[in-house]
Write a protein that binds this ligand. Structure first.
Ligand SMILES: [Zn+2]
Length: 297
């Protein structure tokens, strides 16, 4: 399992290879904030003025650094992404693969950046910047967003393309009569718990997005002194749905907490026509050697 040391080494190597003062500045700031891979809109505005770059141009410079957060034991193929929220904040994302388990548990870089932003409380995503052309799975995943019609994709070789240029004649939530989509507020209420970690998982489940199965679910990880949560995000095409443990592990990684030991995992899930309990237990046992505490809500 990749450690903080490995991330630091990759960032240092990237800074040397790129030999670009903008990338050096951004990398130094990542270090200063303990590798938390998010920048505020205010920080971005300062850099935009300092380097005379638009936010999208700045995000393109961030890509080699975002790719350093990848976990790629299978492909050794580093994908970095930056999601720009309506707040102006930048959220990094990177692909993550888990060896010794199924390919289907993989996290794509665009999903990583979007789920990072969603958990951080962002209201919508305006721009997606990524160092490789989005795959079909990610195009479909992004079509679930409340900004799918206006979302712009920016690649090193081509900028300002609408998502729907990459996904013409698309199938999405409106085809299944869903109007409150991903990033719109979700209002589910479940019975509370007195255990703080369990309660955190229940709150995450309340905020999760599962309009097709109604199997709302959330995860809470005890990571040292901190609690990190993850939420399930469903997709109209089902398979690109994003699981709650992936969501939490992704947030932990992009928060720079790679080496912090996870001591407890709680999963809260609404009882429905399907369940992600089995697949979540499988990843938890394979990757973290931990059993999950499962709460039916
Ligand atoms: Zn993808």
């Amino acid at each position: 399992m990749a450690t903080l040391f490995a991330l630091q080494a990759r960032l240092e190597k990237t800074v040397l290879e790129q030999n670009n003062p903008i990338i050096t500045t951004i990398s130094n700031q990542l270090k200063a904030q303990n590798y938390r891979a998010k920048f505020s809109g205010t920080q971005i505005q300062t850099w935009s003025e300092q380097f005379e770059l638009s936010p999208v141009e700045l995000a393109l410079h961030c890509l080699p650094l975002a790719a350093c957060y990848a976990l790629v034991p299978v492909s050794n193929f580093y994908v970095g992404a930056v999601a720009i929220g309506v707040s102006g904040n930048f959220y990094f994302g990177a692909n993550q693969e888990f060896s010794a388990t199924a390919m289907q548990q993989t996290i794509h870089a665009e999903q990583s950046a979007i789920m990072h932003a969603w958990l951080a409380g962002e209201q919508s995503i305006q721009d997606m910047i990524v160092n490789h052309t989005p795959c079909g799975h990610c195009r479909q995943f992004m079509n679930e967003l409340n900004t799918a019609k206006t979302l712009k994709i920016h690649l090193p070789h081509s900028q300002n393309n609408l998502l729907h240029n990459y996904l013409p004649d698309s199938f999405g939530p409106t085809d299944l009569n869903i109007t409150q989509v991903l990033f719109d507020a979700q209002h589910h209420t479940f019975e509370p718990s007195t255990d703080p970690l369990t309660q955190a998982a229940i709150v995450a489940a309340q905020q999760s997005y599962a309009p097709y199965s109604q199997a709302m679910s959330g995860i809470a990880l005890q990571v040292g002194e901190q609690v990190i949560t993850g939420r399930y995000a469903e997709n109209a095409a089902f398979n690109p749905s994003f699981l709650p443990l992936q969501s939490a592990l992704n947030y932990r990684r992009l928060s720079g907490l790679l080496d912090e030991k996870i001591t407890r995992i709680v999963m809260a899930e609404k009882q429905a026509v399907l369940s992600h309990r089995g697949i979540t237990e499988e990843l938890s046992q394979t990757l973290l050697h931990l059993d999950i505490e499962y709460i039916a809500v």
